[in-house]
Design a protein around this ligand. Structure first.
Ligand code: ADE
Ligand code: ZN
Length: 319
């Protein structure tokens, strides 16, 4: 039985399995340069974040209708439930869809069709976090926030993702302020490939309440001390870090050192259809390869509920 856990770092578009990507593209008459899944799977060799993002944005082209987004989310939730997930805070990337002429309402309502019945169908409670693409402009992010205003009852917070290096968080100060004024929670990817200064900036300038990845904090002892003192949760994604070469091999992943330092780490899947495993596969991998004890795994699962945006009574029920 997998440990009950919350998943706090998963991109719904990153749960698009190759079979579904090709099926959706065929159904919607979208051409992709892959004849079949065998040919497509050969493209799953990444040298860094950017090389992955290329395929990630390319395969999304098949997602066009509410039904497509519903099927995508439903498939993720069924898999997540089988991996012990009781609560999922799910990222989505509206700008990547708006750019293809797919409207915000199609994305949110489509996802919501699956999320709205998830507790009954899968035993998984859900929340949606809308991410801004950091390699797009601040104006584009602000327009995206505006487009989301009719759907704010379905969105718990905002995040920041896509190509990190050269795109420090500070550019998005105003949009994060506007999001906070709308009552939205704030998270941000930082320190996946970027320097520790991006993590500090996400906290200080964006008011991020959680840091997605946060790996590079280990290069800055003063920052580690701060993250421990302020109990800032880090959503670590071990298999992702290996596939995107943030670490050379899993055996060298800093997760054990991060936990030893007292950081509030959680373990997550990021883009499981691309990185060789869903969240419990990540738990297994850190147990097997990094030798994290069962007590450590229970701590990681406990942290996932503590770091979630669930209210405390819900958190207790989930455990
Ligand atoms: N978008 C999807 N996955 C991502 C990741 N690991 N880092 C940044 N942006 C992403
Ligand atoms: Zn991510």
């Amino acid at each position: 039985m997998p440990l009950p856990k919350a998943e706090l770092h998963v991109h719904i578009e990153g749960t698009l399995e190759p079979e579904l990507a090709l099926a959706l593209a065929a159904r919607n008459g979208v051409e992709l340069p892959y004849a079949d899944t065998e040919e497509l799977r050969k493209a799953y060799q990444f040298s860094d974040l950017q090389s992955f993002l290329h395929l990630y944005y390319e395969l999304m082209a098949g997602l066009r209708t509410e039904r497509d987004f519903e099927e995508l989310a439903d498939a993720y939730l069924a898999r997540a439930a089988a991996q012990g997930v009781r609560h999922a805070e799910i990222f989505f990337d509206p700008q990547a869809h708006l750019a293809r002429g797919v409207e915000m309402g199609t994305v949110v309502e489509g996802l919501w069709r699956a999320l709205g019945r998830s507790e009954a169908a899968h035993g998984v409670s859900t929340q949606l976090i809308m991410c801004f693409l950091r390699d797009e402009s601040a104006e584009s992010a602000m327009r995206t926030l505006d487009a989301a205003k009719p759907y704010l009852d379905r969105i718990v917070g905002v995040g920041l993702d896509s190509a990190e290096v050269g795109h420090p968080p500070g550019k998005f100060r105003e949009v994060y302020e506007a999001a906070a004024a709308l009552g939205l929670r704030r998270v941000a990817h930082a320190g996946e490939e970027g320097p520790p200064a991006y993590i500090s900036e996400a906290l200080d300038v964006l008011g991020a309440e959680r840091i997605d990845h946060g790996l590079s904090c280990m290069k800055d002892p003063a920052l580690v001390e701060r993250l421990v003192r302020e109990r800032v949760p880090l959503t670590v994604c071990p298999l992702s870090n290996v596939r995107l070469r943030a670490v050379d091999i899993l055996a060298q992943h800093p997760l054990p050192a991060m936990l030893d330092a007292g950081l509030l780490c959680t373990v997550n899947s990021d883009d499981p259809a691309y990185f060789g495993g869903y969240v419990d596969d990540n738990f297994h991998a850190v147990h097997e390869t990094l030798g994290l004890s069962h007590e450590r795994l229970r701590e990681l699962a406990r942290n996932s509920f503590l770091a979630s945006f669930l209210e405390h009574d819900e958190e207790r029920r989930a455990r």
